[in-house]
Ligand binder design. Structure first.
Ligand code: TXA
Ligand code: MG
Length: 317
């Protein structure tokens, strides 16, 4: 089983099966939210632990009232601007959302994806789907249909939607109001940048603060994640290949013989689009080591460095 059309995917989803679907961020492993069989299959296919909740993907903001008991003003404004698109918003769930999706939490993460095939599937299916990234747990997310095929050895039907435009996962936020101030928290930086959020909330005239939190508020955003099969090493200053190999061999206890440098370029949108693809390409090299020099760390690169840091196994100073 491999590639299927949108209509075939809709039929498979209807019958409670999981399907690899393209989104603008990364490929997802989709299952309809009202099928326990499909939800269980997502976790077992990915070998994902049940403590890591799934994002529910909707066709439009109109489905929100069935899924969320609360939809704060700040989310309405952000959905108007960024949906369909790479922004996921966490709010209190209704009974319609299975606790399998939310890992027992009272909240649900919602997003409306922008990829035309994802939207077509959602529209034809008529039910939202839950979808984590279509990779084995802890590994690099797929940005091409071929990645999904390799990841699950062809056992999952896939809709090919070409290369993902954004290349990194969505930004995940939650929000609450204290007095008249909206407190927005970034649980996972991603496809919509902090400046874009700030700019929109300012232009809407809202009183707000935005902070990045690293906490159990996002149970699945673990310290190690997104790891390619070759180790990723971050250099805080450039070192010779010989020195990198010697130190990495000692620290990681592996027979490493090649240093492959990942050049991020100057443009964050392009770096994001190709990061996971480059991780996968460079992992083809036997006994190789993927090296990234820690430059370009300003706020525009926040999501990219978040992923590289979680993907890395060593930092050399
Ligand atoms: O771009 C994306 O978001 C992709 C595509 C397929 O849409 N999906 C994705 O899903 O990245 P996944 O499962 O790999 O990551 C879901 C993230 C995790 O960090 C999880 O902790 C967080 O969303 N999340 C889900 N439900 C949550 C909740 N109720 N509260 C807090 N965080 C939640
Ligand atoms: Mg993931």
């Amino acid at each position: 089983m491999s590639y299927v059309s949108v209509d075939e995917a809709v039929n498979l989803l209807r019958s409670g099966q999981v399907v690899g679907v393209p989104t603008e961020t990364v490929y997802g492993l989709a299952g309809r939210i009202d099928s326990e069989q499909a939800l269980r299959a997502i976790f077992s296919t990915k070998q994902r632990p049940f403590f890591d909740p799934l994002i529910v993907h909707v066709f439009s903001a109109q489905s929100i009232s069935e899924l969320a008991v609360e939809w704060p003003l700040v989310f309405q404004k952000l959905a108007n601007k960024f949906w369909p698109g790479p922004l996921t918003m966490v709010t209190r769930k209704t009974e319609a959302v299975s606790s399998l999706i939310t890992s027992g939490l009272e909240t649900v993460a919602l997003r409306c994806p922008r990829h035309p095939k994802a939207l077509e599937i959602l529209q034809k299916l008529g039910v939202p789907f839950a979808a984590p990234s279509a990779n084995r747990f802890g590994r690099t997310s797929p940005t091409l249909a071929e990645h999904v095929e390799t990841e699950f050895s062809g056992s999952v039907p896939i809709v090919d939607g070409g290369p993902c435009e954004v290349g990194l996962e969505s930004t995940v936020i939650d929000a609450h109001q204290e007095r008249d101030i909206w407190k927005v928290r970034i649980l996972r930086p991603g496809g919509v940048s902090r400046q874009e959020l700030e700019h929109e909330l300012e232009s809407q005239g809202l009183n707000f603060t935005i902070e990045r939190v690293e906490s159990s508020a996002s149970p699945g955003h673990l310290k190690t994640h997104y790891q390619p099969s070759n180790p990723v090493v971050i250099l805080t200053k450039d070192l010779s290949d010989a020195e990198i190999l010697a130190r990495a061999r000692k620290e990681l206890g592996r027979n490493l013989v090649h240093v492959d440098r990942l050049d991020l370029g100057d443009e964050p949108a392009l770096a994001a689009r190709f990061l996971y693809q480059r991780f996968r390409e460079l992992s083809q090299i036997e006994n190789g080591l993927i090296v990234v020099v820690k430059t370009r760390t300003n706020i525009n690169w926040e999501a990219i460095w978040d992923r590289i840091e979680r993907a890395s196994t060593l930092t050399l100073n």
